[in-house]
Ligand binder design. Sequence first.
Ligand code: ADP
Ligand code: MG
Length: 488
Amino acid sequence: MMSNWKPGTKLQSGRYEINKVLGYGGSGITYRAKENPHGHSVAIKTLNTIIQNKADFSRHQERFIQEAFCLAKCNHDHVIKVHNVCQEGQLWCMVMDYIAGGTLRQYVNYKKNSISEEEALKYIKQIGSALTYIHEQGFIHRDVKPGNIMIRKRDMQAILIDFGLAREFVQDKIQTHTNACTESFAPLEQYELKAKRGAYTDVYALAATLYYILTLQLPFPAPFRQQGATLIPPKQHNPDISNTVNVAILQGMELSVKKRPQSIQEWLKMLTEKQVNVRQKNIWRNSKQVVINTANQEQLSINKKSDNSEIANKIKSTSKSKKETKIAQNISKIVSISASEINYKMLQKLLAIGNLKEADQETAKIILKLTNREKKGWLDKHHIEKLPCHELQIINQLWHEASNGHFGFSVQKKLYQSLGGKQDYDAKIWCKFGDKVGWRHNKNWLSYKDLNFNLWAPQGHLPMLGMQFWGFRGWLTVLINQLNICQI
Ligand SMILES: Nc1ncnc2c1ncn2[C@@H]1O[C@H](COP(=O)(O)OP(=O)(O)O)[C@@H](O)[C@H]1O
Ligand SMILES: [Mg+2]
């Protein structure tokens, strides 16, 4: 049995006439058809030929019928309307409203970086209300993602489609589900065959959807994150994202079910909260604590023989040269004449022994102190613009000289400008720069822990100060503008 309907095929004794294929997915195929006698368009979904040829086709078909009936029961402005569930030969079909427009994924990619937070929130709230509705009906969608949301061109409304994975759920009961998920949008509990699932499962996916449509970057999949890859805050990809939304996304994408808002409504509320509340403050405090704690722990091991001892020896042996001695003296001079209360001794020591990861984190600490951002743990545009020239000069010189001209802000500035970087942020040059200094590999930005904290790293690789440190995407451009002002 193989049914792949060509344009012109008539179904249900001529009631529907197939026009074209709209989409071919993992298990389904969706057609656009004309409904006679009025001739208006409908979308007809059925199982695709791959599934039709499977031995367990009837099991799939049962599930498909379940999707159709689940949807047919629903009546909500932002949930796709099913007007007919019917059988054509051996195949069951679901006849739905045809949405003229495109998926949210297609739409944001077509608009490039130009969809505003306000517009993104409009769609997310609409899909949020659709999800709240289906949760009240006792279902979870389990496959929320930009490709399963349609944007109707006529009135620019968002409609939730593709209930192929939707299951009836009893909140918080452990259930056995089939393990199908879309990597970047699925929470951790969806990777386990037997795990608790509830409304919070769709909260994660909706938060990840917002992450994608505001940044055009796929968030790291949950299992990678569990293994230690830190989720890059969306604001780091797109500086125009407000703090409230940035934090709400991170909160909605918490790996642990307990820490995540438990309902869509609870999460939607966080998106519009004006004030930074206690919970939000905690996120920053926690992320900062991680950095500081590791720095403290690692500081304890400075004198121990570590992986870096080889590098330390390399630096020590080269610094015996006259030139290096002179540089060391210079650094001492700089360190002692610093007008601020900042103590550069630790940074100097870490650089001297080649413990570059700790040196990087110490640099972050110093910069936070300089900008009075120790409590927050990250910087925004205007904080960078307030960085004092004298201090920037010291930090740069320490890095530059300890690495023999290999690292430092001034090295990064030169490289950025050599790639055509100007005063305004330019995404293409930023990516080229990422490639050049080794912050990007195979078109992916590396996580902080994957950076190279040794002298064999590419030129300009350090300092980096942690992904969460720079609160927005165009930070380097702002920093370089500041270096120019300071003539560094
Ligand atoms: N009601 C509809 N109106 C217009 N296009 C649709 C409709 N339903 C689905 N599509 C198109 O078909 C594609 C696949 O549909 P979907 O239900 O997501 O199935 P799949 O299981 O293949 O992902 C969608 O991405 C969309 O482009
Ligand atoms: Mg789909």
